[in-house]
Structures are given as C-alpha cells and as structure tokens.
Design a protein around this ligand. Structure first.
Ligand code: HEM
Ligand code: HEM
Length: 199
C-alpha cells in the first residue's frame, strides 16, 4: 500500500482550491461564475423592465433578483474576489504577452473597479436620500429623514453610464473567451471552465 503522509492528504484538497500558473482553482472559479450569473440576472431584469414595463413577468423577475440586493451581493463577492486574487497573486495564470494580454488584464481590472464603484456609489445615494436598503429582506439601513446632496449627486451622474460600460465590456469579454476557444483553439477558457486537475 502506498505511504500517504498527513501533509499530503491536507495539501491535496487545498491545491484544488488555490489557483496555479496553468488554471484557476475552485474558489476563483466559483466567485467568477457566481459574478457572471448575477451580472446576467441584473441586466436581464433592467432590460426586461425597459422592454415590457410593469407586468407579472417583470415583477417576478424583480422578486428573483431585486436590483439593490443583487448590487450589494456583487459588491461583497467582488471584495472577496479581490482579496482572494491578492492572496493567489504569485500563482495565477499570467496574462498573455503583448498588447492583447495587456488589454485583457486592463479589462479584468476595470471589472473589479466597476463592480466595486457601481454598488458603493448607489448604496451611498440610497442612504443619502433617506431610502431604505435590504438584501433579500435583511435590512442594511432603514428609511429616514435625510438629504446629503454629494452622496446623491455622484451616483446620479455616473451610475447609468458606468453600468452600461460594464455591460459593453462584459459582452466583449464573453466574445473574446469564445473567440479563444473556437477561433484560436487555445486553453484560455479551459483554465476557468474545464475540470480542475491538481496542478
Ligand atoms: C454592480 C451593481 C449594479 C449594477 C450592474 C447596476 C446596474 C444598473 C443599470 C443597468 C441601471 C439602468 C440605468 C439606465 O436606465 O440608464 C441601473 C439603475 C439604477 N440602479 Fe443600479 N446597478 C447596480 C447596483 C445598484 C445598487 C446597489 C443600487 C441601490 C442601492 C442601485 C440602484 C439603482 C437605481 C435607483 C437606478 C435608477 C436610477 C439610475 O439610473 O441611476 N443599483 N442600475
Ligand atoms: C459567460 C460569461 C463569461 C465567460 C465565458 C467568461 C470567461 C472568462 C475566462 C475564460 C477567464 C480567464 C481569462 C484568463 O485566464 O486570462 C475570465 C476571467 C475573468 N472574468 Fe470572465 N467570463 C464571463 C463572464 C464574466 C463577467 C460577467 C464578469 C464581470 C463582470 C467577468 C469578469 C472576469 C474577471 C475579472 C476575470 C479575471 C479573473 C482574475 O484574474 O481575477 N467574467 N472570464
């Protein structure tokens, strides 16, 4: 029978969780695909309301994905993701060389920045105008007599343009992932999507 040390047993599940130079680990992947699903739901709800107005369909969508709750969840997940990316910074797939790699890296950093700035400024606006905010019924703050103009003005100015910028970059990001997979036929998509081997 092969000799298995305790440290080897402990190291094994750990190596599935962590990133490596050739692929993302389970935690990075879970946070990435959770983000993708919530962003997709967020924009589907907004676009459905724009297209159909108040109907039983759009009301159901808003119950599944209330705008403020999804935004707060995205903020929390992105802060976790940024922390996890920092902890794994020495052992992650590195961006491709050249202009294309630099562009992809810049887009990834912009995602982090947008997914933090968008909800943070919107939460400040909601607070500043005396509104209530909850996450799926869990109250973050209650409505109150309040009016703090700077909190309201920043989000009024940037929330909508930054949100559409996020959507545009997201569409470009998905298009590039598909292009790598089906066009260039390289391993880019597989490091975020294929079954994880340990190294
Ligand atoms: C990453 C998170 C978020 C995304 C992607 C997002 C996306 C969007 C989009 C696409 C719109 C429609 C803009 C338009 O019609 O031109 C919108 C509007 C709005 N969002 Fe968000 N949102 C996020 C977080 C939040 C949060 C956390 C709140 C509340 C605390 C919030 C409150 C609002 C409000 C009140 C509007 C309508 C007024 C406006 O356009 O500024 N959003 N959001
Ligand atoms: C179906 C949708 C999506 C697909 C197929 C996809 C695919 C990928 C792939 C293959 C990577 C790895 C890239 C590399 O190793 O160079 C990646 C990374 C990344 N994706 Fe996506 N993605 C999707 C949606 C999203 C969305 C909606 C967001 C955020 C708005 C997002 C944000 C990111 C970020 C920030 C990274 C860099 C990860 C890191 O280094 O921390 N992705 N995506």
């Amino acid at each position: 029978m092969p000799h298995i040390t305790t440290s080897a047993l402990l190291a094994s599940p750990r190596s599935y969780l962590l990133d490596s130079a050739t692929r993302y680990g389970l935690i990075s992947r879970t946070l990435h695909w959770l983000t993708a699903a919530i962003v997709l739901l967020q924009f589907s709800v907004v676009l459905a309301w724009r297209g159909y107005g108040e109907t039983s369909f759009t009301l159901t969508l808003s119950n599944i994905g209330p705008h403020g709750s999804l935004g707060v969840l995205l903020l929390l997940i992105t802060l976790l993701r940024a922390g996890w990316a920092f902890l794994n910074r020495q052992q992650r797939p590195s961006p491709a060389a050249g202009l294309r790699g630099a562009l992809a890296h810049t887009v990834h950093l912009t995602f982090y920045a947008l997914l933090i700035a968008l909800p943070t400024l919107a939460i400040l606006r909601q607070y500043g105008r005396g509104g209530a905010l909850d996450v799926y019924g869990l109250p973050l703050f209650n409505a109150a007599e309040r009016e703090i103009p700077w909190m309201i003005n920043i989000a009024n100015l940037v929330h909508s343009p930054l949100a559409w910028l996020l959507l545009a970059l997201g569409i470009g990001h998905v298009a590039m992932a598909l292009m790598h997979h089906f066009g260039f036929k390289d391993k880019m998509l597989s490091r975020m999507a294929e079954p994880i081997n340990r190294y």
